[in-house]
Structure formats: C-alpha cells, structure tokens
Design a binder for this molecule. Structure first.
Ligand SMILES: NC(=O)c1ccc[n+]([C@@H]2O[C@H](COP(=O)([O-])OP(=O)(O)OC[C@H]3O[C@@H](n4cnc5c(N)ncnc54)[C@H](OP(=O)(O)O)[C@@H]3O)[C@@H](O)[C@H]2O)c1
Ligand SMILES: [Zn+2]
Length: 343
C-alpha cells in the first residue's frame, strides 16, 4: 500500500511510498482510510519530541506511519472478530491502545491503561491507504455523519468533550477557552454553547462567533479587565487552557472563586508556573485530562447526530501530500482543521 512513513524522526525524513502491510491478527480489523485529521501529536511523533523542550517520543515500529485521528471503511477482519463488525462498515478509530483489563481500563479510563499506547505512536497510524487495528478500537458511525466531522471526533472532539465534562460546566457558567480556533478549541466552544454557558473564546480569529462563541478576545494585557467586565467581576467558572507555559499564569488570573482550570496539553512548554496565592485564595481546582473513554466517544457520536456540531476545515491534502499537511500544523495563519483525504 502507499503510505507516508519515516525510518528515523524528522519531517525531512518522511517518505511517501510503498509500505508492506503486516499480517493481520485474528482479533484485528483492516480499515481503508477515508479522512484523517492532522493534530499537534502527529507533528510530535514525526519529529520524535513531545513539544517544546519536551521528552523524546517512544515510537514503534520502524519504519513508522504516524496519524492518530482516523476514519474509514472496514475492508477485512480476523477470524475472532465480533459479528457486529462487517466489511463495508463506516468507522472511526478510537486512538488509544488499551488492554481492557487493568485497574484503569475496568474503571473506564482506557487512556490511563497500564499496558497502553496510542495508535500512530506505539503502533502504526493512519497516514496510509490502510490501517490494521484491534477490534476494540473500531467504533461504528452512521451514514449521516460526514467524513470530515467524523475524522475530527477521536482526538479533537473527544478530548474537548471529556475536558468539558470533567470541568462540571453548568448552564450560565462563564467558560473561557484558550486557543479557541484550534482543533480542540472549536469543539470546546460548541460544547460550551450546548450546555448554555457564557462562552468566551480567546483567539485572533473572529469567525469563532459563527460556532457559538459569545465573545472572542485576544490574549493581551487587557484580558483580565475584559473578562471582569463580561462576567460582572465574577471571572471564569471554567478555564480550558492547553496552551502551556506562555499563557498558564493568565489562565490562573482570570479564573474566578471556586473556578476550575483544565489542561490537556502544553503547546508552548510544560513548565506551568502557578502562583500559590491565586490557587488557595480563590480555591481554584486545577485538573489534567487526556483524551476520553470509549464510552465518552460513543456518547459524543450520539450527540453529533442530534446537536448541531460542525467542524471547520482550513486545508485538505491527498495522502501523497500529507507531509505538507504535517508541516502546516503550527502555521500561525491556521483557520481551522487540516485533513488528509483518501477518497
Ligand atoms: N491530551 C490529549 O488527549 C490531547 C488531545 C488533543 C490535543 N492535545 C494538546 O492540546 C493542545 C491544543 O491542541 P489543538 O489540536 O487544539 O491545537 P491547534 O489546533 O494547533 O490549536 C491551538 C490554537 O492555539 C492558538 N495558539 C497557538 N500557538 C499559540 C501561542 N504561542 N500563544 C497563544 N495561542 C497560541 C492558536 O489559535 P489562535 O490563532 O486562534 O489564537 C491555535 O489555533 C496541544 O498542546 C495538543 O498537543 C492534547
Ligand atoms: Zn488497561
């Protein structure tokens, strides 16, 4: 099959060419890829470093195919695969590798599995014509869900959905989202609106209002004052901030009393300096989240059917050009998601 792969980390080492599919195990499924979302994690995988000054990624196997946010069609399956999975099914792929029996998995925390990993990192990913995955990672979707939205659900959608759920956000709460125009940010905005929160997206991109943001503000020296005006001095009940060390202190400043500050990423570095006085004087809760459970992904798919969730695509690339897609992940002019189509 054709795939984008690398023999050693580095964008310059990416090769688009023939890659031999390994033999499929009895409990595995062969999926023909259709639409693959491109996320920061793919960039980190290809460069081999998890973010600015971050640790080295543990990548397996080599030569390696990255790509963690995948939708496609079932083409074949092993002998022990459940009857509910059939050739021709439209599916998305739950991107966490998990054993299903450790103390975390049995409590619905597959992202924390003791023997876990991630599709696209600890096994081959989706920047290819085909991918083989364990049957437990196959999540069926209906015909109503288009490929573009479907491909955004396993990482960006699920991570945002889980973070909002874990925050305990309620109707009329003040929600502030850093990186509002990003893959996760745009989903957070929409989930905030579904809950009927006052949704404040921090971004330079005014079009986030089309996705339900009540306010779109730049991250500048007036931010605290503007949030205070909007919230009548109460400040944010929930802050979603996965932009890392460069904006962390601002997120703590704009959190209100009993506020929750949630992070699932460290885009600008992992050293999150926290002024302890802000933390205890306002009784703030800081919470880390990562991805979401299989159950949450199923709930999200149900919600995507009924509610008006949408996605915004900035650039579309063919598999052949997927190297350019990865290079564009941190483009300052990014105006929505980057996807790879294999139609
Ligand atoms: N743990 C998990 O399961 C998980 C899952 C998904 C993502 N993540 C992490 O979450 C973070 C966000 O991911 P994403 O996919 O939403 O990223 P993204 O699509 O690249 O969006 C990030 C947004 O942040 C803003 N931004 C970028 N650099 C900035 C800077 N230096 N200062 C201020 N704002 C900046 C930009 O928005 P504006 O131009 O609009 O300001 C950008 O669109 C990443 O660190 C990612 O690795 C973690
Ligand atoms: Zn487990």
């Amino acid at each position: 099959m054709k795939a984008l792969f690398f023999n050693k980390p580095g964008i310059e080492n990416l090769i688009f060419g023939d890659y031999e599919l390994p033999d499929m195990r009895e409990d595995e499924v062969l999926v023909e890829t259709k639409c693959i979302g491109v996320n920061p994690i793919d960039y980190y995988t290809v460069t081999g470093i998890h973010g600015e000054n971050g640790p080295a990624m543990k990548i397996n196997p080599y030569p390696h195919i990255a790509g963690s946010e995948i939708s496609g069609i079932v083409k074949n399956k092993g002998e022990r695969v459940n009857n509910t999975i059939k050739e021709g099914d439209r599916v998305i792929i739950y991107n966490r590798v998990f054993d299903g029996f450790c103390k975390y998995c049995i409590n619905n925390h597959q992202t924390l599995c003791e023997n876990g990993g991630m599709i696209g990192i600890s096994r081959n990913g989706g920047f290819a014509e085909y991918i083989i995955v364990p049957q437990q990672n196959i999540i069926k979707i209906s015909d109503e869900l288009d490929w573009e939205l479907a491909s955004g659900l396993p990482i960006a959608g699920l991570t945002a959905f889980n973070a909002i759920q874990e925050s305990g956000l309620k109707s009329k709460d003040n929600l502030v989202i850093f990186g509002g125009s990003g893959n996760t940010g745009l989903f957070c905005t929409q989930f905030g609106k579904i809950i009927d929160a006052i949704t404040i997206s921090l971004s330079t991109k005014p079009w986030i209002k089309e996705y339900g943001a009540d306010y779109v503000l730049p991250i500048d020296e007036n931010l605290k004052e503007k949030i205070s005006e909007i919230t009548d001095g109460a400040m944010a009940d929930v802050v979603i901030n996965s932009l890392g060390e460069k904006t962390w202190a601002k997120g703590m400043e704009i959190a209100g009393k009993l506020g929750k500050v949630i992070t699932f990423g460290v885009l600008t570095g992992g050293n999150l300096f926290t002024d302890g006085r802000l933390l205890y004087n306002k009784q703030i809760t800081i919470k880390g989240t990562t991805g979401g459970s299989v159950e949450s992904l199923l709930n999200l798919i149900e919600m995507a059917k009924g509610q008006n969730i949408s996605t915004r695509i900035w650039k579309r690339y063919s598999l052949e050009d997927s190297r350019i897609a990865i290079e564009k992940v941190f483009d300052k002019n990014k105006e929505g998601r980057i996807i790879i189509e294999n139609y």
